[in-house]
Every structure is written in C-alpha cells, then in structure tokens.
Ligand binder design. Structure first.
Ligand code: NAP
Length: 533
C-alpha cells in the first residue's frame, strides 16, 4: 500500500502520460468502456456445431477498457473433439506491464468510487452473467470439456460471487478503540490493497476469476487477470460483460497468454512494484514460485492450491448416503476439482458393502461423452498429459497389488478420455494415495480404527478438503476437529458455496475466498491515532 500512496501522490500523472491510450475516469466519476469493436475473428469453430456466441467469444486481450491484439496468437482447442476454437492474443511481458499500469491508474479513481456505486456495478455485471448464462456455459464446455449441466452450475456459482460481493462492498466497517490515554482515540480504517495480480486455472475458468475479482472490486482494488492457456475464453467473455455493465476501463484487465509465456508474464505481474497483491489458484508447485515473487517484493498473497482430500467411511455410516457423496465429490468435473476426494478410507466392517454399492452406482450413473451431449456426466480430461497421469497411477497401484473393481483404462472415445475407475486393496505406498490425481480414479484403502483413519488422512503436507460419513455424534465432533484441512464435509460430498469460506491449510494455501471473510484479503488495516482531544 505504501508504494501506491507514493505513486498516487507523485507518480500517477507521470504514468498517465506514458500511457495516453488509457482513457481513465476522473476520481469519483464512472466512464464506461467505449463501444466494443465488432466480434473478433475466429477460425474454425464459432457458429459451428457448438453454436458458441460470437459476441462473447473474444480473442484479444482486454486492457484499459480496450480490446488489444498481441504480436502473436496461440490456439485454443476443445479437449473433447480437438476442434479449434480460435486463436487468442498471446500476451508477453510488455503487454503485462501495460495492463498493470492501466490497472494502477484505474485504481487511483476506483478506490474513490463510493461503495454503493461499486456495489451497483458489480450487481449489473452479475445480472449480465445471468442474462447470458447459457452462452457462458457453452463457452466453458467448449474450452474445458466440462459437461454442459456442470458448466451451467459453474456459471451460477461464478455469478453468485459477483452478487455476494456486490452486497459485501457496502459492509466494510472500521473500528473505534478506546485506549488508556484520555486525550486520544484510536481508529481502524479498512482501505483497498491496490492492484491485484490474479492467476487462475482451467478447471473452473469462470468461477475462479469471480471468486477473486468480485472481492477485489468490492474492496476498491483493480485487477490484472492471467487465465490458463487452455481456457482464456471465459475470462474474456467476463471482460465483455464487465464492459457492458459499465465497470470503468482498467478496473478489470485480462491478458491471456500461452503456456510458453506464462512464467515470464506471471513474473512480470507478480514482481511489478505497482502490484500490491497476488491472488492465485492452481497447483502447489506454481504457488511456491509465485510466493518467491511475492517475498522479493513483499506483497500480500492469497493462495488456493492443490489438495489430496480424504473421504472416510466409518462403520456407522449410511452406505447409500456415503455412496451418493462419494460420486458427487469424486467425479464432479471428471475428478478435476481441487476438492475432489483423492483417497477413500473405508472401515473394515462396512468396506465390502461400500465398495460393491459404489461400483454399481458408478456403472449406473456415470456416462462418459462429449460435454455437449445430453446425459454426459464425465467429459474428457483437459489434455493427454492429464490422462497419462491417471493411467500411471492406476498402473502403479495394480503393480503393487491393487484390484481394479471397475474401469482402469483409457476410454475408446478419444485420447483425452479415461474410464471412471474404482480400485480396492489400495495401500499407502501407492502413488494415488500421495499424489493429487485430478482425474476419475477412486482408490479405496481399508482401515480398522478411527485413530488409524485420522493418521492416514493427515499423513500429507496438503490439507484442502476432507469428507467423512458417520452417524455417531461424538465421532463426528472428534473427527471434524482432528482432520488437518480447511474444509470438512460431514455426511456431505458437495461443500462449495459463496457464503462459506473456501481455502486450505498446510501447503494447500493461504487465505480464504468467498464468505464474509473473502473481502478482507483485499483490504489493509490502517490505525489512526487521533490525539489532542
Ligand atoms: P497450474 O499449472 O499451477 O496453473 C494454474 C495457473 O498458473 C495457469 O494460469 C497457469 O498458466 C499459471 N502458471 C503456470 N506456471 C506459472 C508460472 N511459473 N508463473 C505464473 N503462472 C504460471 O495448475 P493447473 O494444473 O492449471 O490447475 C490444477 C491445480 O489447481 C490443481 O493442483 C488443483 O488442486 C488446483 N486448484 C486449486 C483450487 C483451490 O481453490 N484451492 C481450485 C482449483 C484448482 P498455463 O495455463 O498457461 O500453464
């Protein structure tokens, strides 16, 4: 924040002259982005079978309220069919720096906009998402392969973050503290952190953006978003709607880039002195790189990283409930969510009944196919590398004594598809019990005692979500408190909700998103000692 104050007082005008292209709003005044240029040129797909909305399918970067091409482009493909969706601007370091400056200049005005006005603009953005929900969902399915029904669910979840934070924007309160000194009062102000660099993954290409950006904009921060190479279209469609909603130029910027440029672009936005906050969702490996960047320039961070969720079924559990929860938590997005169950721990007394019922439910309810096809519940994995990872874990487990109950191999539909797979006789020396799978593989470990289950569940350096099924109230309290995770599902396999704090412990991350706590990640506390009373 100190950097921003310094620049705000003596540097903003200088930066403005360096970037004459950024038409910035005056403090307190809202200047909507100019009319968007015509639909971007698409090669191969728009208007094709999937019927994607050309108006929302943008291919340029969005910086300072303008759609800007880059010197190079990169291709985006439908992971189900391999069809080309379009060529997208491949931003580099210079585009990244320009986006940061646009965001910084906009911050100097956006922070002065009243909370009520920020709230109303976020609400307009939310309304536009709802109006365009079908088109937005189709974009998600096209670029990520997610079944259309789930893509619809993601769009609602994503839009609800804008709605939630439009409400939270007006509920940022400070404090007055009475100290022992009679002639003084202490005030605590909450002020926006500044420009946030936002880096997001492909598995929730819309919701992982709004979960951060909703909170950031509500707090008075501006953002530069770098979406994943595989899924830039959702981020760009959000930009189109932000512009239509009247979010001022420079407040929401998107710089798509290829995987080849991700390291440099990430470093540029995360080390820029005009950036005060890094908010990342993705793998723990990448999170550690970004934490180094943050350390060198002492920036605030929010890290939503990988997990290895345990799913424990105790003897007292209701088998049908546990199977329904297992299906939901393991196979959502074809196993590609950070809160997907990664390890099933099942107590000896209920083990055989659970495995039998789980296998039957998988065969009955899971349908592999193109996400656009009616009835598909399991789309493709994001790319062939992801399929190779699942295949490697299955082969490793089988070579060490695991039994394939169902599935176990690539699916005949194409190179990015894998059969929903259930393994039993799994032991802790197998790769699938200590490496995040991110695919449709459910490995079952048999255990005897509660202590043993807790020890296995906690024997990892990550701790995002954990689930367990039990009908014993005392056990429920004990286990919920002992699991080393940020989120617990008790007799429940789906736990995400905008109203609740999302985040992990250990190497699963730092900070919380969503809920009443999420906005704090974008606010600084300032203590003001008011003397001479
Ligand atoms: P990833 O490889 O870490 O990529 C995430 C984002 O970081 C992408 O935009 C990626 O760009 C970018 N990136 C990669 N290397 C970078 C670098 N050196 N500097 C700057 N940016 C870089 O993760 P992923 O495989 O896409 O996503 C899956 C992971 O995300 C899983 O571990 C999952 O558990 C985690 N996740 C966590 C949450 C949560 O809330 N905790 C939610 C969803 C996912 P490219 O796409 O161009 O490589």
């Amino acid at each position: 924040m100190a950097t921003c104050f310094w620049l705000r007082s003596c540097g903003a005008r200088r930066l403005g002259s360096t970037f004459p292209g950024c038409r910035l709003p005056r403090a307190g005044g809202l200047v909507p982005a100019g009319p968007a240029p015509g639909p971007a040129q698409l090669r191969g797909y728009a208007g094709g079978l999937a019927g994607l909305s050309a108006a929302l399918l943008r291919t340029d970067s969005f910086v300072g309220g303008r759609w800007l091409p880059a010197a190079a482009t990169f291709p985006v493909q439908d992971p189900a069919s391999g069809a080309a969706l379009g060529m997208v601007a491949d931003c580099g370091v210079s585009e990244a720096r320009a986006a940061v400056r646009a965001a910084y200049e906009a911050f100097c005005s956006w922070r002065e906009v009243s909370a009520k006005e920020r709230s109303s603009l976020l609400r307009k953005w939310y309304n536009l998402m709802i109006q365009n929900k079908d088109d937005l969902a189709r974009i998600i399915t096209a670029e990520s392969g997610k079944p259309l029904k789930e893509a619809h669910g993601e769009i609602l979840y994503s839009a609800f973050f804008l709605e939630w934070f439009s409400e939270e924007a007006r509920r940022v309160y400070g404090d007055i503290i009475y100290t022992p000194a009679k002639d003084k009062r202490a005030l605590v102000l909450k002020q926006p952190v500044g420009v946030a660099a936002v880096i997001t993954p492909w598995n929730f290409p819309s919701a992982m953006i709004t979960r951060k950006v909703g909170a950031a904009l509500a707090a008075g921060c501006t953002v530069v978003v770098k979406p994943a190479e595989d899924t830039p279209f959702s981020a760009l469609a959000l930009a189109e709607l932000a512009s239509q909603a009247g979010i001022p130029p420079g407040v929401y910027n998107v710089i798509p880039c290829s995987r080849k440029n991700a390291k440099e672009v990430g470093e540029a936005i995360c080390t820029d002195p005009l950036v005060s906050k890094i908010s990342f969702t993705g793998s723990t490996t990448t999170g550690k790189i970004l934490l180094h960047h943050a350390a060198n320039s002492v920036k605030r961070v929010s890290m939503e990283l990988g997990g290895l969720a345990p799913f424990i079924v105790f003897d007292s559990a209701n088998v049908d409930q546990a199977v329904a929860g297992a299906l939901a938590s393991k196979f959502r997005n074809t196993g590609q969510t950070c809160v997907c169950s990664n390890r099933f721990l099942v107590q000896r007394g209920i083990h055989d009944a659970f495995v039998k019922a789980f296998a039957e439910a998988m065969k009955k309810n899971l349908h592999v196919g193109n996400g656009f096809e009616e009835g598909t519940t399991q789309g493709p994995l994001i790319n062939e590398k992801a399929v190779e990872k699942v295949e490697k874990q299955v082969n490793d487990a089988v070579s060490k004594g695991a039994t394939i109950v169902t599935g176990g191999k690539r699916h005949h539909l194409g190179k990015n598809f894998f059969e929903p797979t259930l393994l039993s006789n799994v032991t802790q020396d197998m790769l699938c019990t200590h490496e995040e799978t991110f695919g449709p593989l459910a490995p079952v470990i048999k255990f005897d005692t509660e202590e043993e289950a807790i020890a296995i569940a906690n024997a990892t350096d990550v701790g995002l979500a954990g689930y367990f099924y039990s009908q014993d109230p005392a056990q429920i309290w004990r286990v919920a408190e002992q699991l080393e995770v940020g989120m617990v599902g008790v007799n429940e396999g789906l736990i995400s909700s905008v109203e609740c704090p999302f985040g992990g412990v250990k190497q699963s991350g730092l900070g919380r998103e969503g809920s009443k706590y999420g906005i704090d990640e974008y606010l600084e506390l300032k203590y003001v000692c008011y003397g001479g009373l």
